[in-house]
Design a binder for this molecule. Structure first.
Ligand SMILES: [Zn+2]
Length: 270
């Protein structure tokens, strides 16, 4: 790494995806060279969660999130809770994810998605872990499930991140009020990213995290190709441009934000 390279945290990656099976060491080397020193890999079912745990290596900046994606809700085994809890206790696991609702594909029945999402949020609360939330075309129900969990916990908050936040600027304050951060990724760099740029420029910098969601959602110059953590620099550049900051300032703030989110702190003024 060149001296002075900004230190970035990719808070949502899927390096256990089959797309990386052929060249993972090179992908990790390019991430390091680009300044992406920390990577949080999220599982989407029990098998990929176990793989994310196996790939975790905190000494090398690699962490794991374990969880069952709404796409997989219908295939979750009866004993998913015990198995997920066991995985969550392994070294390097810092979050539950990715979990949530997906009404775009509807691969699993919506009531089932909602029950699994709520149950995983409750488990995260018990384990005192933050959550990585997936919400695709399910804004109202995602918010409702999060609110119920926040009420259930008594403190009115659910710690975690709205991954690849695709909602409006107007909706953001509600999520921030629930104790959530907003994850920004490749879509921020797209030519038609008006809404994402609005959120990126209007939300408090303290509430923003950077993520690739690789192998999906490659940023502008690589759109349509396999995404990888090294490309996170493009997202940092887009956020810097949206806020009139330098990439170094964006890197410093968002990496600190990621540690606050994972460390149980809050972006809200107490
Ligand atoms: Zn993802």
């Amino acid at each position: 790494v060149e001296p002075g390279t900004p230190v970035l945290f990719d808070t949502h990656a899927h390096l256990t995806h089959a797309d990386f099976a052929g060249d993972l060491p090179e992908v990790l080397a390019r991430a390091r060279a680009a300044g992406v020193r920390y990577i949080l890999n999220a599982g989407w079912d029990l098998a990929s969660s176990a793989e994310a745990v196996a790939l975790a290596d905190p000494a090398r900046g690699r962490y794991a999130a374990v969880g069952i994606h709404p796409h997989e809700a219908a295939r979750a085994p009866a004993d998913w809770r015990e198995r997920l809890e066991e995985l969550a206790g392994r070294p390097g696991v810092v979050a539950l994810g990715e979990i949530g609702l997906d009404y775009h594909y509807d691969f699993s029945p919506r009531p089932l998605q909602q029950r699994l999402f709520a149950a995983q949020l409750a488990l995260a609360g018990e384990l005192e872990l933050p959550v990585l939330v997936h919400d695709r075309e399910a804004h109202a129900d995602t918010l409702a499930v999060l609110r119920r969990e926040a009420d259930r916990r008594g403190g009115g908050r659910v710690r975690g991140v709205m991954h690849c936040y695709s909602g409006s600027r107007e909706r953001a304050p509600e999520l921030l009020g629930l104790g959530l951060w907003l994850g920004l990724g490749g879509p921020l760099t797209f030519a038609n990213a008006r809404r994402a740029v609005e959120v990126a420029s209007a939300a408090p910098l303290a509430a923003l995290l950077l993520e690739t969601d690789c192998p999906y959602l490659a940023p502008g110059p690589y759109r349509g190709r396999r995404n990888e953590p090294a490309y996170l620099v493009r997202v940092a550049e887009a956020l810097a441009a949206a806020r009139g900051l330098t990439v170094a300032e964006v890197a410093e703030a968002t990496t600190a934000n990621a540690w606050r989110m994972l460390g149980g702190m809050t972006h809200l003024a107490e």
